[in-house]
Design a protein around this ligand. Structure first.
Ligand SMILES: Nc1ncnc2c1ncn2[C@@H]1O[C@H](COP(=O)(O)OP(=O)(O)O)[C@@H](O)[C@H]1O
Ligand SMILES: [Mg+2]
Length: 557
């Protein structure tokens, strides 16, 4: 969390490489602005000094106007570069976060809070706009312009240069003091917003259940209260922001006065030329202005920095678990699954150890039934082979090659997966069956449906395979959904099948149909099937019991 206090997060340059060039560009433009500021001030001072003596200096006036125009153009250039940085950074981080979710799979996602991630990829990262376009250009100018001003002052009037040099750090010091308060307030607010996001998402997905139990109205009140607290906190942050602007304004004004008063006295005493005095008076406020602007905008940029920090932390967590070896670029393509070996595999979660030092060899053509109590670790074993979970210790070898080093997409193409509860999409029945292979010939989809005992179901539907299913598969019973998942696996025709309790939660009639099509699906393939009813055991060549993360091979007759 301490990285949040820094005005710039160097991890950005690593995560979004294109920002490196933009940072360089900002620096060059910032230096050019400093030159324009100094040139304009010196030229104006000369023209004013001449005017006091009733002379006209057209050259100085022209230079002043040119420098002023250049300054405006360069400053808007800074804005353009900053806006481009914001756009690429947001797009890249969003894509990276989504890719991390895709790479890590639902197992990892479950460990994160989905609502938190949704807030971050949505509204959270939008806060980067304020940081990049409002704050970063001022930060750059806050470095280049004071350096240019100090250099010019040192040549024009050393005493003034010393005063500016001494008072300039007061701006960031006061800025940090005030920013400290702001940071605490902003972080508190960010946490509240995240909580609101998480709570809201949980509530939405659970709305039917809440309605059924008459709890929906109580939840509305809870969300309203939380939103109210968020509003109060926002007002608090704004109050601090106004206060900090006032304090910084005051420090800047007093500092300018400290320079201006002695210059005026020396001018009266004849110790200074008029042109030099004008130069000092015009340049001094310029030294403080960008730092002051950066200071007042820091509070607004805090939210962006916090979001940035969160994104990097999440991405690091996602990458850390794959520990680099599985990077897509260097990954080898997966062979057809031959012998799969689990060697001393442990999967530890924060509170539980789902699998403990497990050894298992799966040879081609073997159909292994996994039995055991709920929570024993059966789904975790399947998730390992799906690449949704990675071993905390030990390794998984596919024909001697470590699964962690294989190209996961290529590997998953070899797998057919029938989850415990298949997810259906609001699309046609045919599209749902051909999920993993869009554009499959009609005839093959129909054959897969028949193989999964869906034939009578398809015939009974008004538009057959073209019937659009409602959200979350409305219109199909649990048994029919499960058969649809089997149809997907039939169509996929993968050599290795992973089935997670395909007959759970089914009535006797559906169970019979699903068992029969499961038996014909696994025929002639390698399969790992979690069986909670004896009927499925008929398909198995081996039976393995998993209890509390430990495997025991059952000897079958
Ligand atoms: N993503 C997760 N985060 C934390 N604990 C988990 C996660 N997934 C599973 N577990 C825990 O691991 C253990 C094994 O779970 P699981 O493999 O789903 O069992 P089974 O499929 O045999 O019912 C359980 O104690 C479960 O609570
Ligand atoms: Mg399970």
């Amino acid at each position: 969390m301490d990285s949040v206090a820094r005005p710039f997060d160097p991890r950005l340059l690593r995560q979004v490489p294109s920002t490196r060039r933009d940072v360089l560009l900002l620096g060059v433009l910032g230096a050019a602005v400093a030159v324009a500021v100094v040139t304009a001030a010196v030229a104006l001072a000369r023209a004013l000094a001449a005017a006091v003596e009733l002379r006209l200096e057209p050259a100085a006036i022209t230079v002043f106007l040119l420098a002023l125009t250049a300054r405006a153009a360069l400053t808007s250039g800074l804005g353009v570069v900053a806006a481009r940085m914001a756009a690429t950074a947001k797009a890249t981080l969003r894509a990276d976060l989504l890719a991390a979710v895709g790479r890590r799979g639902p197992g990892w996602l479950a460990g994160q809070r989905a609502g938190e991630l949704a807030t971050l990829t949505g509204r959270g990262l939008d806060a980067l706009d304020g940081y990049f376009t409002g704050y970063l250009p001022q930060l750059v100018l806050g470095v280049t312009v004071p350096i240019g001003v100090l250099a010019t002052l040192a040549f024009t009037d050393l005493a003034s240069a010393v005063i500016v040099l001494v008072t300039l750090p007061l701006i960031p010091i006061f800025g940090i003091l005030v920013g400290w308060q702001t940071r605490i307030a902003t972080e508190r607010q960010w946490r509240r917003l995240r909580m609101l996001g998480g709570h809201f998402l949980d509530m939405l997905s659970g709305l039917p259940t809440l309605k059924a139990f008459g709890r929906a109205r109580a939840q509305v009140t809870a969300v309203r209260e939380m939103a109210d607290r968020h509003r109060t906190a926002t007002m608090g942050t704004l109050r601090i922001a106004f206060l900090s602007a006032l304090v910084l304004e005051l420090v800047g004004t007093i500092s300018v006065a400290l320079v201006a008063v002695p210059v005026g006295l020396r001018l009266l005493g004849g110790g200074m030329t008029l042109a030099a005095a004008f130069t000092v008076l015009l340049l001094t406020p310029e030294a403080y202005a960008p730092l002051r602007a950066a200071g007042t905008r820091f509070h607004a940029s805090m939210e962006g920095l916090t979001a940035l920090d969160q994104a990097f932390t999440l991405l690091a967590a996602a990458d850390g678990e794959t520990s680099g070896s599985g990077s897509a670029g260097s990954a080898r393509t997966a062979p057809r699954p031959g012998v799969i070996e689990l060697q001393g595999v442990t999967v530890a979660y924060e509170r539980t150890t789902a699998l403990r030092d497990v050894d298992l060899t799966i040879r081609p053509g073997e159909r292994i039934a996994l039995v055991g109590p709920s929570g024993g670790g059966k789904s975790t074993l399947l998730n390992l082979l799906l690449g949704f979970t990675t071993p905390t210790a030990g390794r998984i070898l596919v024909d001697g090659a470590d699964l962690a080093e294989l190209d996961l997409d290529g590997w998953r193409r070899q797998l057919g997966w029938v989850p415990q509860r298949a997810h259906l999409f609001a699309d046609t029945l045919a599209a749902n069956i051909a999920l993993g292979a869009p554009g499959t010939a009609r005839e093959r989809v129909a054959r897969a449906a028949r193989a999964a005992a869906l034939g009578p179901v398809v015939d009974a539907l008004p538009q057959g395979l073209d019937t659009v299913l409602g959200e979350r598969g409305h219109g199909l019973s649990s048994g029919e959904r499960q058969r649809l998942a089997l149809a997907r696996a039939f169509l996929r025709d993968a050599p290795l099948l992973l089935l997670d309790e395909p007959t759970a939660r089914l009535d006797a009639a559906s169970e019979q149909a699903v068992v029969e099509s499961t038996l014909s699906l696994v025929e002639g393939r390698t399969a790992l099937l979690v069986a909670h009813r004896p009927a499925l055991l008929a398909a198995a060549t081996r039976v393995v019991r998993i209890d509390h993360g430990t495997l025991n091979e059952l000897v079958t007759a």
